[in-house]
Design a protein around this ligand. Structure first.
Ligand SMILES: Cc1cc2nc3c(=O)[nH]c(=O)nc-3n(C[C@H](O)[C@H](O)[C@H](O)COP(=O)(O)O)c2cc1C
Length: 342
């Protein structure tokens, strides 16, 4: 079945240590339509590790994609089955991560040098599951940075049947740059993504790299690609996600308020913490940017980084931080904390 391009109109990027299950619940509280991605999960971790933990997902999160790191078709097919069983809407293969650890496992960006192997991986996953199977890749690797290189890579996968490509429009420099530098130093070549869309009009092309506003997302989509994937900007300035539904999906539901987000996320923490006590800090740490640009933002961040506040307010830490930041009536707060809940 041809994938619906609208599904990739706005995606929040997979980010190791950042887009875990708690973070995705938070992001979902800001946008109903943004497509969310897990952190990369390697196939050996799924085979030998705590699979249930790695694939944990809250029913609130969908649409949500699980990103895999691997290069063994049979292992990836098995992993894709587990991903589908766990309720994800998409399985995505990482062909863009430049870290040395990942290179040693022969997956990530170095896979772009082996398009036939990636095509075999893609086909094995496709045959194993009914959900979408997609690829996230760079535009080049080291000195292989011509348009012909990425277009051959995409072409090989297209022939195998793949129809969704998420393109981080920077090359990966495998030697000499850290993963962080690899997100900043190689120049962005957004024109490559637009050209891929022209050359493969039936494919869904989602552009990634340096997109820092919904305005820019709109411009890039108007210029020809099907969608955008936003990483750091969405994480650091999460409020931008509240613009996505109306501007990119024409869904003008009631505006989200920060207070409602604080309440919804408190409910989530109260529900999750009995089984996973680390959910309190584990959730709050992703929310440091919620008040960015507003009075009280510093107090909010300081409270959410203060061990004494966690000890005193436990699962109600967000409400406390919100009140300290000056955004909630103190009297109401007193009532709420009288109930012996901790
Ligand atoms: C902390 C962090 C972790 C990341 N982890 C992954 C990952 O697990 N898988 C992946 O494909 N990309 C990963 N990336 C790359 C992002 O998905 C994205 O491609 C990159 O940050 C460029 O997009 P941006 O400029 O919008 O941040 C990571 C980026 C960051 C900042």
């Amino acid at each position: 079945m041809t994938p619906n391009p609208k599904n990739w109109r706005f995606c929040v990027a997979p980010m190791l240590d950042w887009t875990d299950a708690h973070c995705r619940v938070f992001h979902r509280s800001l946008s109903r339509h943004a497509r969310l991605y897990t952190e990369m999960i390697t196939t050996p971790a799924l085979v030998y590790g705590r699979r249930d933990f790695l694939l944990r997902r809250s029913h609130q999160e969908n649409p949500v994609a699980c990103q895999l790191g691997g290069s063994d078709p049979a292992e990836l097919a098995q992993a894709a089955r587990w991903v589908e069983e766990a309720g994800f809407d998409e399985v995505n293969l990482n062909c863009g991560c430049p870290s040395e650890r990942v290179q040693k496992g022969s997956f990530g960006a170095c896979l772009m040098l082996e398009p036939k192997l990636v095509a075999d991986c893609w086909k094995a996953m496709r045959e194993a599951v009914d959900i979408d199977v997609t690829i996230k890749h760079r535009i080049g690797v080291d000195e292989n940075d011509s348009y012909a290189f990425v277009s051959d890579f995409v072409g090989t996968l297209y022939e195998a049947g793949c129809r969704v490509f998420i393109v981080h429009t920077r090359s990966a420099w495998l030697k000499g740059l850290s993963p962080k530098e690899n997100r900043e130093v190689p120049p962005l070549k957004r024109e490559y993504a637009a050209r891929l869309k022209k050359d493969f009009p039936e494919a869904v092309v989602c552009i990634n790299g340096g997109i820092d506003s919904v305005q820019l997302a709109e411009e890039l989509i108007a210029a020809g690609v099907d969608g955008v994937m936003v990483g750091r900007a969405a994480y650091q300035n999460p409020w931008m996600l509240t613009e996505v539904d109306e501007r990119l999906f024409a869904d003008a539901h009631d505006p989200v308020t920060r207070e409602a987000v604080v309440e919804a996320m408190t409910e989530y923490i109260v529900r999750t913490a009995p089984e996973h006590p680390q959910a309190v800090r584990g959730t709050a740490r992703h929310m440091l940017g919620l008040l960015n640009g507003l009075a009280g933002a510093k107090t909010w961040r300081r409270t959410l980084s203060d061990p004494a506040a966690y000890a005193a307010f436990g699962v109600h830490i967000l409400e406390e931080a919100y009140a300290r930041a000056g955004w909630r009536d103190a009297a109401l707060r007193e009532d709420r904390f009288d109930d012996d809940e901790f």
